[in-house]
Design a protein around this ligand. Structure first.
Ligand SMILES: *Cc1c(COP(=O)(O)O)cnc(C)c1O
Ligand SMILES: [Zn+2]
Length: 422
């Protein structure tokens, strides 16, 4: 029996049966939350039934997901998620913090957080026998969809702005998707994809449109929950003050607002099951030039006013965020906040993470840039435990990476030349 019992509109609260709607609320266009049969899950499972599983991918959380694991051998689709968490003691010291970790989402099969959403989406597409899955993407959502679709032989079509970084376009093509580059912005590609999906009967994955993307993204919250149980124990054994510390603060970069909403949803699922008693603080970080959600948060409203986005962090360059309302709530309902950072601080963050052995694309380093700000302004205290997400690999955007470093010298192949530059 499926645990997926209904959709609920995040704006008007109307409930719909699973077969009744596919994307957003027909009344007001609100994003739909997936409702699970929490009572049955609670009756059937204890937290240990999940945390003792030997499936080290996001599919270990199948009992809490609205789709089943696609059958067959292990493929990239079966191996999305379960990304590592590193301690960053040198950066912590530099920022005057004691407890800093980074969860590295660049370790996903197509090297970004988006694999979580696309794995669940493709599983859903197979369940409903969709012939073609289509998405608009700045690059990563498309690469993730193309990768997961290729893994199980599903047809995929990707609409991306023609300005997408070449490495991301290469991924789309290599994974064998039909790639259509749009002479326009991501927002133009988004609207076109919705129209094309309607016209041709394709299943549309668009972020902040298809309710299943957040269900994939919430698996990061489950992993953080499991990791935190362990980390918390170790940390207390090291002699930290017991149980009167601040809650975990999670820093997330935000474009459409679907990652932050998905993470919030994951923790809310755990709360409804009674498996946690408090939500961690969720802090959204946007590029100053693409800050529609941060603007709304600061104005104390859920009305999202579009901007004309200008940031080199292409993955979070969005005029009209498609999951803005839930993204505002993710911070507001968890005691979190929004921070904005200029592009030069994002570039600096790429360099600083690089020196710790972590290669982030601009949007991936944005969360850390936000933490640098937060530590500077006292928004986080020295004792606060902090987890920063790196959402995407630096190899996806070499042009941006090269802005963070000094180019290497070119020399004649002689020892004299080496001596001269040392
Ligand atoms: C998509 C993406 C984000 C932002 O996610 P949203 O759901 O659009 O807020 C951040 N970083 C990377 C690398 C991404 O690809
Ligand atoms: Zn509604």
């Amino acid at each position: 029996m499926s645990k997926f019992i209904a959709y609920r509109c995040s704006l008007c609260g109307t409930e719909y049966l699973p077969g009744q709607v596919t994307y957003t609320c027909p009344k007001d266009g609100g994003n739909l939350d997936v409702e699970l049969d929490y009572e049955t899950i609670q009756r059937k499972y204890q937290p240990e039934d999940i945390t003792s599983r030997l499936d080290f991918s996001l599919w270990r959380y199948e009992p809490l997901l609205p789709v089943g694991i696609p059958k067959g051998d292990a493929t990239p689709l079966h191996l999305a998620g379960w990304t590592p968490v590193f301690r960053l003691p040198r950066l912590a010291q530099k920022l005057g913090l004691k407890h800093l970790w980074l969860k590295d989402e660049s370790r996903n099969p197509s090297a970004s957080f988006k694999d979580r959403a696309s794995a669940i989406l493709v599983a859903r597409a197979q369940e409903i026998n969709a012939e073609v899955v289509v998405t608009a993407s700045t690059g990563n959502a498309g690469a993730a969809l193309a990768c997961m679709a290729a893994a199980v032989g599903q047809k995929a079509i990707i609409f991306a702005p023609k300005s997408a970084p070449p490495a991301k376009v290469a991924q789309l093509l290599i994974f064998g998707a039909k790639v259509i580059l749009v002479d326009g912005t991501y927002d133009d590609a988004f609207d076109l994809t919705v129209k094309a999906a309607d016209e041709f009967g394709w299943y549309c994955r668009n972020t902040g449109y298809n309710p299943f993307t957040a269900e994939g993204k919430k698996t990061a919250a489950f992993e953080i929950w499991e990791w935190w149980i362990e980390a918390h124990r170790d940390w207390h054994q090291e002699g930290s003050q017991l149980d009167n510390h601040a809650p975990l603060s999670i820093f997330v970069s935000v474009g459409d607002g679907n990652i932050i909403s998905g993470i919030h949803k994951g923790f809310k699922d755990l709360l409804r099951l009674g498996w946690i008693s408090n939500l961690p603080r969720i802090i959204g970080v946007q590029a100053e030039g693409s800050a529609a959600i941060a603007n709304a948060f600061r104005a104390g409203t859920e009305v999202i006013t579009p901007v004309s986005a200008t940031t080199l962090a292409d993955s979070i360059s969005v005029d009209l965020p498609r999951d803005g309302v839930r993204a505002v709530r993710a911070a507001r309902e968890t005691g979190g906040t929004y921070i904005t950072v200029p592009d030069d601080e994002i570039i600096r963050a790429i360099a600083e993470l690089g020196r710790m052995g972590i290669f982030a694309e601009p949007a991936g380093a944005t969360a850390y840039a936000g933490l640098v700000r937060a530590a500077g302004t006292g928004l986080v205290g020295p004792d606060d435990p902090i987890l920063v997400l790196n959402t995407g690999s630096g190899l996806k955007d070499i042009r941006a990476a090269m802005k963070a470093v000094v180019e290497a010298p070119i020399i004649k192949p002689t020892l004299g030349a080496v001596k001269k530059i040392l």
